[in-house]
Design a binder for this molecule. Sequence first.
Ligand code: SF4
Length: 227
Amino acid sequence: MAISSGSSSFAGKAATRVRLTEIFLSIQGEADSVGWPTVFVRLTGCPLRCSYCDTAYAFHGGEWFRIEAVLEKVASFDTRHVCVTGGEPLAQKGCLVLLQRLCDAGHQVSLETSGAMDVSTVDPRVVRVVDIKTPGSGEVARNRYENLALLRPEEQIKFVICNRADFEWACEQVRTRHLQERCMVLFSPSSGQVEAGELAQWILDARLPVRLQVQLHKYLWGDTPGR
Ligand code: SF4
């Protein structure tokens, strides 16, 4: 990233900085804003360890940047859509300030979060895309179900499906928690574990009111960091 970093010695003392893995311009490959040119701001660190994680390179490392510097870098892409992701972005205090400032700057902002953190303090202009971790992820115990009642109709709940048992479990969650009445529900196949066509057929057979999601960016560029 060609933006200036700050001193890491006091970076954790105030929510004026965030630890970043990367910022890049790509095509949004997921969720309701799929296909839009989007600036991705990937914050470093995650307290979870999902079995299928494709961003483990964001668990460690990264560099501290002033939020002002992040805003300048985002602005340089001249792109309306911005997605703050991770890792788990909400694990950093500065994330909430970053989200607010991105909205203030006029961006259409989305947040990808694991569902394990409190989403109630996120700026209401941000569209939250909240995972519900399945048993196959290995992190089902981390789900913070109280987040679900906070979601608005334009926001999204996402399940990554690792196998047929995950699918059955996710169906049960959709039905018993009436998730489709709350907001859009996305089912995504775990790469290398479930074929997209297989999951599509399961959804059709179950007559489930959920939306199949494939990771468009992987079809375009493969599993390449920064794309
Ligand atoms: S929450 Fe996301 S970043 Fe964290 S381990 Fe799971 S898939 Fe990876």
